[in-house]
Write a protein that binds this ligand. Structure first.
Ligand code: FMN
Length: 386
């Protein structure tokens, strides 16, 4: 036998070996690469979820139990992933969900995510607690690129009103305000606590958007990253208050039951969409994955699909996950950690790689199903026995 050219030892990559981004083939590999590259505290902040991570784990596994029904002998030469969200054309049916403090992963931060999203004409929802100002993030974005701005209503309402004014002034860029409902108090994220990620230190340095980064008192259990979010929001008072301070359509994020989805739809047309979300398992542990809420809505109040758009997020890792959610009635799916880990793996280029993989996987899935356009997706492609 010929001698091997090198021994296995000499082929072992060194600790600081950086594989080319193209060699990372799926979102899990990108997360693994980011895990090696980003500071431990940033990793703990991104990775962590509440209590026993039951909801987070379920988010990540739930799509595996849904099976697809591919049809044969359908011409799939063409495959168009574009769709519309709130009447705006986007290139792909997935969007970047609001996630705080992207600069902890990489100096490109949310602006790097925006530039990556532009390549795919993907919607980006900017967090209330972003690590760059909304003006910095959208700076230089192509005019057709769609942004939304996410708000946590602050105890000091004047701070929220001031931010809403700033967003209103950029109405040409921001197509909606997204009110997050599912985290009036933070979940108990023990991994995050363990990492000694001190409030008022990294957080203050990272948050530059005028959000209320500091909340005196509290601390301890799950409190490290509490941003002064108000706990006294109600269906009766909060939506009229918000409508008073923004001209933009409202999207409600964090809906987890068909009852609340129904209530949200009662506020159409001001409320134009809901995001079924459990905050990536970071709020209430043992809350349902979004796809369960989607199924509840299909069963108990399917009429709301014609009144408002229903978006989902949580645990999207594969193109097949995207397609399954769309088949069950979601208009779009959001990426939380996937975008952050993409950034951690390689800055803007890492996010581009993440979106490129998901775009290619989604197209492959559609072609294998026998579908050319997003509008053709529906429950007939889902195996109802599961
Ligand atoms: N949701 C918000 O509405 N506002 C936030 O500021 C926010 N920050 C987040 C920060 C991190 C590190 C993570 C992981 C999630 C955050 N989320 C926030 C929740 C995401 O918008 C989204 O609902 C969730 O991450 C989706 O789950 P996935 O991470 O499995 O994709």
């Amino acid at each position: 036998l010929p001698e091997p050219e090198s021994t296995p030892e000499t082929e072992m990559p060194s600790d600081d070996y950086r594989p080319p981004l193209e060699s990372l083939l799926n979102l899990d590999e990108i997360e693994q690469e980011a895990t090696k590259r980003i500071p431990k505290k940033a990793w703990a902040y991104y990775f962590s979820a509440s209590d026993d991570l039951i909801t987070k784990t379920f988010n990540n596994s739930v799509y595996r139990d849904i099976l697809l029904r591919p049809r044969m002998l359908v011409d799939c030469t063409e495959c168009d992933l574009s769709t519309t969200l709130l009447g705006n054309k986007v290139g792909v049916p997935f969007f970047v969900a609001p996630a705080a403090m992207a600069r902890l992963a990489h100096p490109d931060g949310e602006h790097g995510i925006a530039k990556a999203a532009a390549r795919f004409n993907a919607l980006q929802v900017i967090s209330n607690n972003a690590s760059m100002t909304p003006e910095q993030i959208v700076d230089g974005a192509p005019s057709e690129q769609m942004f939304g701005w996410q708000i946590y209503v602050q105890n000091q309402r004047d701070k929220s009103v001031a931010m809403l004014k700033r967003i209103n002034a950029m109405k040409d860029r921001f197509k909606f305000v997204c009110l997050t409902l599912d985290a009036p108090v933070p979940g108990k994220r023990e991994l995050d606590e363990k990492s000694n990620f001190e409030r008022g230190n990294n957080v203050q340095a990272a948050v530059t958007n005028g959000g209320d980064a500091q909340r005196p008192g509290g601390g301890g259990v799950g409190q490290q990253l509490f941003f002064g979010t108000a706990c006294d929001l109600t269906w009766k008072t909060t939506l009229p208050w918000l409508a008073q301070h923004t001209d933009l359509p409202i999207v409600l994020k964090g809906i987890q039951t068909h009852e609340d989805a129904y209530l949200a739809a009662q506020h159409a047309p001001q409320v134009k969409a809901i995001i079924l979300s459990n905050h990536g398992g970071r709020a209430m542990d043992t809350a349902p994955p979004a796809v369960h809420t989607l199924l509840e809505i299909r069963k108990y109040c399917p009429e709301i699909f014609s009144k408002i758009e229903v978006w989902v997020d949580g645990g999207i890792r594969r193109g097949t996950d995207v397609v399954k959610a769309l088949c069950l009635g979601a208009k779009a799916v959001g990426l939380g950690r996937a975008a952050l880990f993409g950034l951690g793996a390689g800055g803007q280029a890492g996010v581009e790689r993440t979106l490129e993989i998901l775009e290619a996987e989604t197209a492959t899935c559609m072609r294998l199903l026998g579908v050319k356009r997003i509008s053709e997706l529906g429950p007939k492609f889902i195996n109802s026995r599961r």
